[in-house]
Design a protein around this ligand. Sequence first.
Ligand code: PLP
Length: 386
Amino acid sequence: MATRAVHAGEPRQKFADSLTTPIIQTSTFTFKNSKDIEDYTRKGKDRYEYGRYGNPTARIAERRLADLEVAEDCVVFSSGMNAITTTILSLVQAGDHIVITDDSYKKTLEFCRSYLKQFAIECTIVPFGDYQALERAIRKNTKFIFSESPTNPYLNIFDLVKIKQIADRHKVLTLIDSTFATPYNQRPLEWGMDLVLHSCTKYLAGHNDILAGAVLGRSELIEPIRNLHKSMGGMIDPHCCYLLLRGLKTFPLRIARQNESALKIARYLEGHPKIKRVYYPFLESHPHYSVATAQMTGGGGVVTFVTKGNLQSAKRFLDALRLCYIGPSLGGVETLITHPGLISYYDYSRKERYALGITDTLFRLAVGIEDVEDIIADLERGLARI
Ligand SMILES: *Cc1c(COP(=O)(O)O)cnc(C)c1O
C-alpha cells in the first residue's frame, strides 16, 4: 500500500517531466480546431472540457483513492459533507426511505432527518449495534442503510458481515462512512458494502490544511453520483487536489504510526487512576473488540476517554495541556483534543447531551505523529490537575 500511495493513478512521465503531479489550475480546456470538437462531441473522445465536468489533477486523486480502497471508481468533492449529501441525493427520490444509525456524524444525521424530509424522503434512525431494530426498520421502499465505522466519539464498530446479510435479504444498498478507519485499517468494499465515503479532510490528506471528500464503489453506482456532482457543483479545486495527493503519499506511514501511538496511549490511560473509562477498538475492554480486530488492521488514531471529576476539573485538564491543541477534527499530524460537550454539542442542554452519552468529562483525543512519550507526558500534566 505504501508504494501505491506514492505512485498509483498517474502516468510515470508527467507534464514537462515533472516528478510531482502538475496542478492543472484552469477553469476551461481548449479545442485545437473544429475536428477536435467533433471527435469529442460525436466520437466520444475522452478529454476535459470545463472545470466543473472534471479536472486532470482531481482525476489523478480519484484514481489513487480508488486504487487504495480497491474500488472500480471514485469521485472527489470539496468536502466530506459534499460527498455524503451528493451521494445520498443521487440515490433517492420522493417516496423513498432510508435507514441510518444514530451514531452518525452530526451533520449527516441532520441532513437525513431534516432536509430529506423536504423532498418526501423518509428516514429511520436506529440505535447503533441493534441489528434487529435495523432489519425491522427496512421497508419495501428502503433504498439504503447508512452507517459509520468506527463511529464518533465512542468508536463503535459496525459488523460488516451482519450488515451484508441483512442487506442481501432485503436487497438494499449499504453505505459506509469509513473516515475514521481509512483504507489502511479497513476496506468495506471487500466485505461486500456498496459505497464507501470519506472525509479526506482527516487522515487521507492528513495535515489539517484542506477540506475534501470522496465516494468510492462500482462504476455503475459512481457514474450517476458523478453526474449529479456536475450539477451540484461542489468541485474540489486543483490546488486542493495536489495537497490531497501529497498527503496520500505519506498516509500509510502516518496511519501505522497513529495506530501504534493511539494503542499505547489507550493502554496508558486505561491504567491511570484519574481515568474512569477508555474507548479504543483495539483494547480488549472495548465492547466491539472482536469485530474490530476481525475486520480492521489497526484501531486508528482516535482515543476517547472519560476522566474522573466534573466539568470544572475537565476544564482544568484541558487548560493544562501544552502539546495537544484544543480543537475539533482529527487525522492530521498534530495531536488534537476535543471536549465534545463544550465544542460540538455546546448548543444542547446538559440533559440532551447526557442522553447521547456526551458527558461533562468525556474527551476525544486525535493522536498525531509526534513522539508518543511527549503526548503521554502532556496528558499526564493535564491529569495531575484533576
Ligand atoms: C469530518 C467528518 C465528516 C465531514 O467531513 P468534512 O470534510 O468536514 O465535510 C463526515 N463524516 C465523518 C465521520 C467525519 O469525521
